[in-house]
Design a binder for this molecule. Structure first.
Ligand code: NDP
Length: 341
């Protein structure tokens, strides 16, 4: 694999056309761009890390989801960690590390108030796009505000080895629940049990998912952290206990679909008094600071475990996006755009 370039001609990945189904590299184009200039109040960063996340597929749709779509010809959106190379904002100086500039680009200009200054030695910088960033905060919100697992309950999380699922399961474990992951393939399931300490893990590719899940959850399911939808959702919903809570975080299995499949019959929600709640992590900005303050020491001392899957080079970001929508990533997916701090 090619080494990630250092600073050079500024480049960006632009949306060339809207993907039909699974995104492909041909839907994007890498272009040279002018070096961004710091206007009053703004900060120019050189990107070190670019986060690749499932929500990006929604931004490529014509119709607007809960967030604004990226238009054809625009630079693709995505969160980055970068080093400040120019600043006309009093809070940032060249050499500072900044979280929050958005775009698949080697260099970005951003209003300073949208950036968070990171302490370089508190944790690896990439962690602020994963366990200490948006995905970790998402897990924190869904587990503590919706699922609220109790000691002795059974907590199930899908996409269990991923950026969100891996943290959600660890938090439920800390609350005393029995934690069952659902993941794609034996390697991911093994890692979830051996490295994250989940009590069991079911491979969603197995021939009889429903039966295996039932065997792993003999007392039924009290909390479900939903990341994938589809056949996994159907199997889990069958096993929900009365008064179960479901955090509807995402349904990645259908993000490439042109039309959404007909939903399950949710009649059981009434008889079992099940609480199902959708949430978007950015609705409560304070969550991000609360989670970072709580998680930083737990990551530093190894109590919370995370895994990263690093793709080298901005030009490989489109391929990375295709992979996260089909389960090729194993852990928080990141693109290393350049080296250093
Ligand atoms: P992950 O790192 O978990 O990567 C996505 C994973 O989804 C893949 O690795 C794969 O894991 C699984 N997957 C993909 N396709 C399928 C399929 N057809 N059936 C079953 N599993 C599939 O991503 P994140 O942790 O970043 O995101 C997890 C979920 O959280 C997504 O749905 C995302 O949209 C959502 N999210 C929601 C937020 C909110 O505010 N509500 C914020 C952030 C994320 P495997 O191989 O194990 O199947």
């Amino acid at each position: 694999m090619a080494a990630a370039p250092q600073a050079g001609t500024p480049r960006a990945v632009v949306v060339k056309r809207r993907p039909a189904g699974e995104p492909t590299p041909e839907d994007f184009e890498v272009r040279d761009i002018p070096m961004p200039v710091a206007e009053p109040g703004s900060v120019v960063t050189r990107t070190i890390w670019l986060s690749i996340d499932p929500y990006m597929r929604g931004r490529l749709r014509e119709e607007q989801t809960y967030a604004v779509a990226v238009q054809v010809g625009e630079v693709m959106t995505g969160e980055t960690v970068g080093v400040v190379i120019d600043s006309k904002h009093p809070g940032f100086a060249p050499g500072d590390i900044a979280l929050g500039a958005r775009g698949w680009a080697t260099h970005l200009a951003t209003p300073g108030e949208r950036l968070v200054k990171l302490t370089p030695d508190a944790a690896p910088l990439s962690a602020y796009l994963g366990i200490l960033g948006m995905p970790g905060t998402t897990a924190f919100a869904g587990v503590t505000e919706i699922c609220k697992p109790q000691a002795g309950e059974t907590f199930v999380v899908s996409a269990a080895s991923g950026a969100v699922g891996s943290v959600a399961g660890q938090l439920a474990k800390r609350a005393g629940a029995t934690v069952v992951g659902i993941a794609g393939g034996p390697d991911k399931c093994l890692w979830v049990q051996e490295n994250l300490g989940f009590d069991a893990c079911v491979d969603h590719r197995s021939l009889d998912l429903r039966r295996e899940l039932e065997a792993a959850c003999p007392k039924g399911i009290d909390c479900y952290f939903e990341n994938v939808g589809g056949a996994v959702q159907a199997a889990v919903f069958d096993l929900l206990n009365p008064f179960a809570r479901v955090a509807m975080c995402g349904m990645v299995s259908q993000y490439n679909d042109k039309t959404f499949p007909p939903g399950p019959n949710l009649g059981f929600v009434v008889g079992k008094r099940v609480l199902i709640q959708g949430f978007i992590v950015t609705d409560t900005p304070q969550r991000f600071t609360d989670w970072r303050a709580m998680a930083e020491p737990l990551v530093a001392d190894g109590t919370l475990v995370y895994r990263e899957d690093v793709i080298e080079g901005l030009e490989n970001a489109p391929e990375a996006l295709t992979g996260i929508l089909t389960g090729r990533n194993f852990g928080k997916l990141l693109v290393r755009v350049s080296h250093g701090g």
